[in-house]
Design a binder for this molecule. Structure first.
Ligand code: SD4
Length: 342
């Protein structure tokens, strides 16, 4: 579930500013208007040196976590793990990690994946009670012969490997869920597609050596059917990274992103000459074209992408999607370009 309405309101406030500092790291607040050139052009751009991008306004704090690694010459892989762990640990976040919303049976089930530009990848899905699914995904990548572990098997592996457990849902979320149950007696009706119940953290980064990596982690669609898995833990859907080309990650309605293997599509388009921005846009257009069986109203999906030269871009189907950017020059929260308004 998303930071929903509050995320959108917050993001509208947050986009009023952009913080840019010297390469030394001193940050200053730039008042609305002062940085309008940067804001209006930054849905695509280019960075020299390390760079990290993440979905939504919670990406600002996550990027901070990633930047601690990147600025000291650390690897993109360590950076993205460190970065999204910040969001997983944020108890006020209702769409990622410990503070996430449950499925309609009351279980918080977590999905996450991580990918290195050399094609190594790991993933967990439908994982319960573990504080940092992204770290378990990395352990699947580095300590097993597999790519993906799900459900009880993923939990058993996490416990064997000594990963921290956590009680979920947290009390506040449980209260919300109980209210939701009162209002939604028919648990078998098809859930509404609602732009407010989707959000996730997807992060992509390039380190000082030009190596790429990405991470994606979420509690998924709030009040989803028990057993539902979205795009976020699926390599090629929620995330794809290739050092020879670039990296992409997705947010939004996972069912739609899976239908077009969204993040892989973005990277393949870049391989064939599309800019990151054009590739994200084309992937959104493909989602639209493949959903003649859907009422598109509310079908929000967004992509962010980075190529191996440091060019970045983002695009979403509807307005309201933003992404956080961090480079040696500073940080920004940027509204993505979009195809249509709500
Ligand atoms: C999903 N795409 O489970 C994921 C998470 C999300 O915005 O809600 N992203 O569908």
């Amino acid at each position: 579930m998303v930071g929903g309405r509050s995320t959108l309101v917050l993001s509208m406030k947050r986009r009023q500013f952009i913080r840019f500092g010297a390469a030394l790291g001193a940050l200053s607040v730039v008042k609305p208007g002062q940085a309008s050139t940067v804001l209006s052009q930054s849905f695509q751009g280019k960075a020299s040196g390390p760079i990290v991008l993440s979905t939504w306004n919670h990406g600002l704090a996550a990027n901070e976590g990633a930047w601690k690694v990147l600025k000291n010459g650390g690897s993109a892989l360590d950076a993205v793990q460190n970065g999204v762990m910040v969001t997983e640990a944020d108890l006020s976040n209702r769409s990622v990690g410990v503070g996430g919303r449950p499925d309609r049976d009351g279980h918080v089930t977590l999905d996450a994946c991580i990918m290195s530009g050399d094609s190594r990848c790991g993933s967990v899905a439908f994982l319960e009670g573990i504080a940092h699914p992204i770290s378990v995904a990395r352990a699947v990548m580095e300590r097993t012969q597999h790519v993906m572990l799900v459900g009880d098997g993923a939990r058993q592996f996490a416990l064997e490997q000594g990963f921290e457990t956590a009680k979920m849902p947290i009390d506040e979320v449980k209260k919300d869920y109980q209210e939701w149950r009162k209002m939604n007696k028919d648990l078998f009706k098809k859930p509404n597609i609602n732009h407010e119940n989707h959000d996730t953290i997807g992060m992509i980064a390039m380190d000082a050596e030009g190596k790429l990596a990405g991470a994606c982690t979420t509690s998924g669609w709030a009040y989803k059917m028990h057993g539902r898995v979205g795009d976020s833990p699926i390599i090629g859907a929620g995330l794809f990274v290739d050092d020879q080309v670039g990296a992409a990650t997705a947010t939004g309605l996972g069912e739609a992103i899976i239908r077009v293997a969204g993040s892989h599509t973005v990277v393949e388009l870049m391989r064939h000459g599309y800019s990151p921005f054009d590739a994200c846009k084309e992937a959104c257009m493909r989602i639209i074209s493949k959903h003649s069986d859907f009422d598109l109203k509310g079908l929000q999906c967004g992509f962010i992408a980075l190529d191996k030269e440091g060019n970045y871009g983002a695009y979403s189907i509807y307005n309201g999607f933003n992404f956080a950017l961090r480079t040696t020059e500073g940080e920004a929260l940027i509204d993505a370009k979009f195809d249509r308004s709500w």
